[in-house]
Design a protein around this ligand. Structure first.
Ligand code: ATP
Length: 316
């Protein structure tokens, strides 16, 4: 495995380097033209991403086919969630400064999703689902704020229906069609959560909320699903249910991109693994090569032992 040099930021971070959301993803003239086809979920080249005044993703180059399954692992703070947020177009790549001869020349960043580098975000949200506590809104497992307390009265079905509008709850002005209702019920059934349809979010356990989050992410019947630490806060039975739900979705042709700290979360169908460290992807390869004790011991800087039960890995 590659040994990391201290983090090097080739860009000087200035306000001018960030782009505003209505320019997503690149201001004209700064990106490569759209090059990949619909067969690709994601193409990222030469991407750096900052949070506040820190560059937290460095020199990302990544290609993921539509329907492909990928697991992403790495130590706390290495940038996994930031990568997911970048894929979800919540965050934008830094643009290299132009005309500054004191800076080394950097190739322009490129991100394309499903073969396009320009998207109406509302349309894009219909193309893939995401399950992440940072986006969960009504179904967040975090303590509710005042808006959240309204959302807590939302039923499971309404929280799923609100997913059609990327809304935290089903506000009265939102127009719900019969087709949307059918799709919401279909999404709930797909992850065996039909019995939660009438239950209030505020009265659900963390595991039940997680299922509602997944159903929300499925309402558009996405080809790709991004799951950021989906087993957090789940008890043993809920973890098993989650694993079974993931396998069912994969069998149905949904590609999973899974961020996790738990090897036991990674279904055997996920063969491709990305390892991240200090904001970089330091390895990208088959699970048999990367999910090993020596590789993970180096990555996490502690002794990691790996066992196998049937087709499932576990670590301690
Ligand atoms: N608002 C912010 N401003 C500056 N730095 C931030 C901000 N939010 C997060 N970071 C930093 O960005 C880095 C990447 O965070 P990120 O949440 O992507 O890591 P992660 O790999 O998902 O971590 P974890 O495994 O703990 O969930 C961390 O070092 C974090 O401290």
């Amino acid at each position: 495995m590659e040994t990391l040099d201290p983090m090097v930021n080739p860009f000087t971070l200035t306000k001018d380097m960030s782009v505003t959301p209505n320019q997503f993803p690149f201001p004209s003239g700064t990106s490569a033209s759209s090059s990949s086809s619909e067969d690709h979920f994601l193409e990222i080249r030469n991407v750096y991403v900052a949070l506040g005044d820190r560059v937290v993703l460095q020199d990302l180059n990544l290609s993921i086919r539509a329907g492909e399954h990928v697991a992403i692992l790495g130590p706390n703070g290495c940038g996994k969630s930031t990568l997911i947020r970048t894929m979800n177009c919540e965050l934008y790549p830094l643009i290299p400064p132009s005309g500054d001869l004191s800076q080394p020349t950097q190739p322009a960043p490129h991100i394309s999703i499903f073969g396009r580098n320009r998207w109406d975000l509302t349309e894009l949200r219909k193309r893939f689902g995401i399950v992440s506590d940072s986006l969960a809104g009504a179904v967040s497992n975090r303590a509710p704020d005042s808006a959240g307390s309204t959302a807590a009265k939302t039923t499971g079905r309404d929280a799923v229906l609100a997913g059609f509008f990327s809304a935290s709850t089903l506000w009265p002005n939102l127009h719900v069609t019969d087709e949307m209702r059918e799709r919401a019920d279909e999404a709930l059934a797909r992850i065996h959560a039909t019995k939660l349809a009438g239950q209030r979010i505020g009265e659900m356990s963390a595991g039940e909320k997680r299922r509602i989050q997944i159903a929300r992410a499925l309402v558009h019947r996405p080809r790709q699903l991004l799951l950021d630490e989906p087993s957090n806060a789940l008890d043993l039975a809920a973890q098993r249910n989650l694993r079974e739900s993931m396998r069912t979705l994969m069998r149905d042709g949904v590609g999973l991109i899974l961020v996790t700290h738990h090897l036991a979360d990674i279904p055997p169908e996920i063969d491709r693994v990305l390892l991240m460290k200090q904001g970089r992807i330091i390895a990208d390869g088959p699970r048999a090569e990367l999910l090993t004790g020596p590789v993970l011991s180096e990555l996490f800087q502690t002794e990691v032992r790996i066992g196998m039960d049937d087709v499932w890995l576990h670590s301690w």
